[in-house]
Write a protein that binds this ligand. Sequence first.
Ligand SMILES: Cc1ncc(COP(=O)(O)O)c(C=O)c1O
Length: 448
Amino acid sequence: MLTGQELPSTGNGQGSKTARLLQQKQQYVSQGISNLAPIFIESAKGAVIRDIDQNVYIDLYGGIGVINAGHCPESVVDAIKAQADKLLHSCFMVSMYDSYIELAEQLAQLTPGEHAKKTMFVNSGAEAVENAVKISRAATGKPGVIAFEAGYHGRTLLTMTLTSKVKPYKHQFGPFAPEVYKVPSAYCYRCIYKSTYPDCGMHCLEAFERFFISETAPDNIAAMIIEPVQGEGGFIVPPKEFLPGLKQICEQNDILFIADEVQTGFARTGKMFAVEHYGVIPDLMTLAKGIASGLPLSAVVGKAEIMDAPTPGRVGGTFGGNPVACTAALATLELMAKEDLSSRAEHIGNIITGRMRDLQQRYPQIGDIRSLGAMVAIELVKDPRTKAPDKEAVGQIIQACFNRGVLTMGAGIFGNVIRFLPPLVITDRQLDTALDIFTEAVAEVFGK
Ligand SMILES: Cc1ncc(COP(=O)(O)O)c(C=O)c1O
């Protein structure tokens, strides 16, 4: 059994079991389902993963921001086991159970804003976003949705339309959903107005005046959806004025503000939700990933009168708010509070960011370092003056880390970002070891 305290060891290499499974994967699994690391996991605990060949890896991507409370936390696993003995499924829309209600109540208390709030549960981040848009349309009677360049909201037809990266997410998957409008995000490192913050005067906010004249009028727009920190886009952390400025534009124009906190939520950024850093109170929030330690569950939480816009039966789904997933979420939230994982995220983020700054002194190819809590990324460029994206280096560094027992992954609309999303229970020793290995990997690729 893993204890969660292990350090990496990859001496066993790839054994025959792994080779056979890889071959079976090729034969039986659609190639569209890609994989980053060519390993098959036997078990995982805390921030440690062991593969079927008994190699041990430190996990710095946490199931893409899901494993905030660590792999297989004991209290969550116990709660899941106990619930599984009692009830696996009934469909809440047919006959109900208390964990759904209790979780909705807790989310109403945990999310920002003192107003009355209501929640609905579904299964994935994309499904939450789809429902947030449906609810916004029902509440406002308007069709349009504004989304942001470099944003990511999922892979269903509507959420893929809202997403802003052609390959691999959109290419050849059109035609897309109508009434989706894109505006630039506050990607300061690559500002499309070629301005520099803070002297820029926030052109990205001013652009809305033109948008409502040249693209569509506010009376056509139901909602604006934004990730407080753009995740797949490369951990793009906006200046402090951006989200409050957008909220003001929404309020002035009767447009609902949806915060997509699928990746930023649940203690990841040093607060329970990233919007709290910006003092913004969204009308609706979409939540998923870290909510239930890996069980499929997502939520739309928002102002009660908006959430009530669809009349009974008009939203929902067979599996949404499954009792085992709701129980896992309740246990996860309890653990997050008990272990104060928000403070831990701040601590982890400071360590990673400090180490990346040291590395940047030696390697100007690290063009930008961005972070909010334990959501940290570096953007790699061929030359810091031209900022030409270096996607190849990202792949090489990820591979060099993997060879040494550290799992990390890329991001960014140009694919030239390495992101860190470690489980927030990673020990300081494991984190230091992983970052030492990361440093070696960078040296292998860029030279000593
Ligand atoms: C901000 C954001 N929204 C939505 C999604 C889609 O979530 P899912 O993959 O669970 O559908 C993601 C997934 O990465 C995300 O990061």
